[in-house]
Design a protein around this ligand. Structure first.
Ligand code: DX5
Ligand code: ZN
Length: 233
């Protein structure tokens, strides 16, 4: 299989110190993060509120890797240009956020950014079957979105179905919610290659003591790579 690419770890700054995002982003990148995952919530599509485009633009100044922006907002289309201008590299919209995911993905691609589509746990793989050629990343939620630190919901069958559906297309499968060294091998064995993790990365560390961030990411990556090796063999 020419794809998936090597495992990528994308810490969610939802678990960072909200008074110190710049240094938190620098710390996770210095400790080995591949991407920086930014959770945008609107208090409507999900029962929590986080950041708008000006905050995301401020994060951008510190991100040297890839800024992966997960929009948990409805409607989404009116805000795509603002998040593109804020410096997102990947913009992910939920298939459940409106009736026109095809149009939404076209609009994201039109900004020149990578287009992602996210699936809530209750949404079947088939929901993205007709938009694969507009998609660079499928985000499989393994919690109901809205909060960090929730318990992992097993979506292994959905991940396998998506990987089969994707075939040779260069589409990442990203897992978001409850990723730990214990759950990562399962999702990677099923076909995932990008692992978002909030609480499991930030636990035990701080900007003044960032080594635990590195150790936490290594633990997830090592467990995931063992499963990835087994899958490729
Ligand atoms: C949930 C967010 C996640 C969240 C993951 O709605 O999309 O990115 O931060 O947090 P953990 O890894 O703690 O489950
Ligand atoms: Zn997320």
């Amino acid at each position: 299989m020419s794809f998936p690419s090597p495992i990528k770890i994308a810490p969610s700054i939802l678990s960072a110190d909200f008074a110190d995002f710049g240094r938190e982003i620098q710390a996770i990148e210095a400790q080995g993060a591949d991407w920086v995952h930014v959770d945008v919530m609107d208090g409507h599509f999900v029962p929590n509120l986080t950041f708008g485009p000006p905050a995301v633009a401020a994060f951008r100044k510190h991100v040297k890797t890839v800024m992966d922006v997960h929009l948990m907002i409805a409607p989404v289309d009116p805000y795509i240009d603002a998040f593109a201008e804020a410096g997102a590299d990947i913009i992910t919209a939920h298939v459940e956020a409106g009736p026109h995911i095809h149009r939404t993905l076209q609009a994201i691609r039109a900004t020149g950014k990578k287009a992602g589509v996210a699936l809530n746990p209750g949404t079947p793989a088939e929901a993205v079957a007709h938009v694969l050629d507009l998609t660079d990343l499928i985000c499989v939620m393994t919690v109901n979105p809205g909060f960090g630190g929730q318990k992992f919901i097993d979506m292994t069958a959905k991940i396998r179905a998506l990987r089969a559906m994707i075939g040779d297309r260069p589409i990442h499968i990203e897992i978001d919610g409850g990723v730990t060294p214990e759950t990562a091998p399962k999702v990677v064995a099923a076909g995932a290659d990008v692992l978002v993790a909030g609480s499991a990365v930030f636990k035990g560390g701080s900007v003044d003591n960032p080594a635990p961030y590195g150790a936490n990411m290594r633990a997830i990556r090592d467990a995931a790579e063992r499963a990835s090796g087994a899958r490729m063999a």
